[in-house]
Ligand binder design. Structure first.
Ligand code: UDP
Length: 457
């Protein structure tokens, strides 16, 4: 007869259904599961179908059928989806929690994406421990705080966190997200609303680690004493190796072209390849694609460029054929494996928080090319705070020229003093990341603190 596993507690985890949200929240779930907690991940039906849960202690439950109710089919559909998800998802999440309350292993906690603040009310109604999980950097959230206070028409109770020289966060696709003349377009209001009830959550979690954002974490903890860092949430094999069989996120929005990428990288010299990827949500404009292509043609380094199906038509004619000697273009890569490969010398990134944390935790120097929102803050962190890379200068339209990108690649890839410094510091951050999640590290201690509350509730 199969032996019944004994869990010390049960937690429901609610991520927003996006690659950059599911990855870190699923990884956090694995960490909790490794410490004896039963996990139920609840999200949209299509995400549940694409998730591979190997761990016996992680169950998947759909709380929203995006085929019938409507999913996120493009930027324009996002606001409509969020409204519907709140109505249908909240009802189904409540039903799920009630069902699990009476199960063999009753639910004691809800970890919800901070981007879905309505979930807190459900946790409160049922009297379970609540944890808001931010999938952005603490610095990015700190930048939004003064805007939130302004939106509420209140004065600031503490001085804003200072980041001199930070570029103004642009909106993704302004045409889809409300008029540019609106001071608080709907998407910005949605982001700022994350603060609306945050002080009522038992915990405020960040996929970050103490040393990485020390100054801003002090500022944020002064505002909310329940702030804790639990990251980086990369699979354990890349960090402390304490979790068995935790080699990947187990979730892929697109199918990675793994074999081709890895075989190609195996044929390249250590530190000789520039990896270029702009994540899942950003799509480079046609002029920026042209400039990037120009930079990659000019550079003396090899390159691996992720060009998503949505961007492919903007590639210059014959680019792939003409650069096949030194470059590989794929529609989606196994990014963690790629970044961990010794052939990679530089990561040109849009500075999505997951990509940024992955680059830092794997010791890869970066060229930050932020496109919108929190990406601007993350690029600032990598250049000015951690000093592991540079940002190309952009014109008034936010466009970086091919020459400028190529100049940044050379700075990072060169064997000279500057390139060596970037590499040395990146390797140091890699070590700090490992220490944070390893036994007794800052993030490990925070996870234990949260578990202690879950167990005694
Ligand atoms: N990613 C990947 N293959 C790719 C590009 C991205 O696996 O070709 C993964 C990457 O490792 C990261 C996530 O997709 O975990 C992107 O998240 P991020 O926060 O960087 O950006 P977003 O997609 O949310 O803009």
């Amino acid at each position: 007869m199969e032996e019944k596993k004994c869990y010390s507690s049960h937690v429901v985890v609610l991520p927003f259904p996006g690659q950059g949200h599911i990855n870190p929240m699923l990884q956090f779930s694995k960490r909790l599961a490794s410490k004896g907690i039963k996990i139920t991940v609840s999200t949209t039906l299509s995400s549940v179908k694409s998730l591979q849960s190997r761990a016996e202690s992680i169950t998947l439950e759909s709380i929203y059928d995006d085929n019938t109710e409507g999913g996120i089919t493009g930027p324009a559909a996002l606001m409509g989806f969020l409204e519907k998800f709140e109505v249908v998802g909240a009802r189904c999440l409540g039903e799920l929690l009630k069902k699990l309350e009476n199960s063999e292993c009753p639910v004691k906690g809800l970890v919800y994406d901070a981007n879905l603040p309505w979930a807190l009310n459900i946790a409160k109604q049922l009297g379970v421990v609540s944890a808001a999980f931010f999938t952005q950097s603490c610095a990015a959230i700190a930048c939004y705080y003064p805007l939130y206070v302004e939106m509420c028409g209140k004065p600031l109770s503490v001085p804003a966190f200072s980041m001199p020289g930070l570029r103004q966060p642009a909106l993704p696709n302004p045409a889809s997200f409300g008029s540019e003349t609106e001071h608080f377009p709907p998407l910005i209001k949605h982001i700022l609303n994350q603060f609306s009830n945050i002080e009522k959550a038992d915990w405020i979690l960040f996929n970050s680690f103490y040393k990485l954002e020390e100054e801003v974490l002090k500022w944020m903890t002064n505002l909310y004493s329940t702030v804790r860092t639990i990251g980086p949430t990369l699979p354990s094999v890349y960090l402390d190796k304490r979790l068995e069989d935790d080699k990947d996120y187990g979730f892929n929005l697109y199918k990675p072209i793994s074999e081709t990428c890895m075989q190609w990288l195996n044929s390249k010299e250590p530190g000789s390849v520039v990896y270029v990827s702009f994540g899942s949500a950003a799509a480079l404009s046609a002029p920026q694609m042209t400039e990037m292509a120009h930079a990659l043609r000019q550079t003396s380094s090899n390159f691996l460029w992720v060009v998503k199906a949505t961007e492919e038509s903007n590639l210059p004619n014959k680019f792939v054929e003409e650069t096949s000697g030194k470059g590989l273009v794929v529609a989606w890569s196994p990014q963690l494996e790629v970044l961990a490969h010794q052939a990679i010398g530089c990561f040109i990134t849009h500075c999505g928080w997951n990509s940024t944390v992955e680059g830092v935790s794997l010791g890869v120097p970066m060229v930050g090319m932020p496109q919108f929102l929190d990406q601007m803050t993350n690029a600032y962190l990598l250049e000015k705070v951690w000093e592991v890379g540079v940002q190309p200068k952009v014109d008034e339209k936010g466009l970086a020229s091919g020459e400028e990108i190529e100049r940044c690649i050379s700075q990072v890839m060169q064997a000279g003093e500057r390139g060596q410094e970037f590499k040395k510091r990146a390797m140091q951050w890699k070590q700090f990341a490992k220490e944070a999640v390893n036994e007794g590290g800052s993030s490990d201690k925070c996870i234990d603190e949260i578990i202690a509350q879950l167990v005694c509730t």
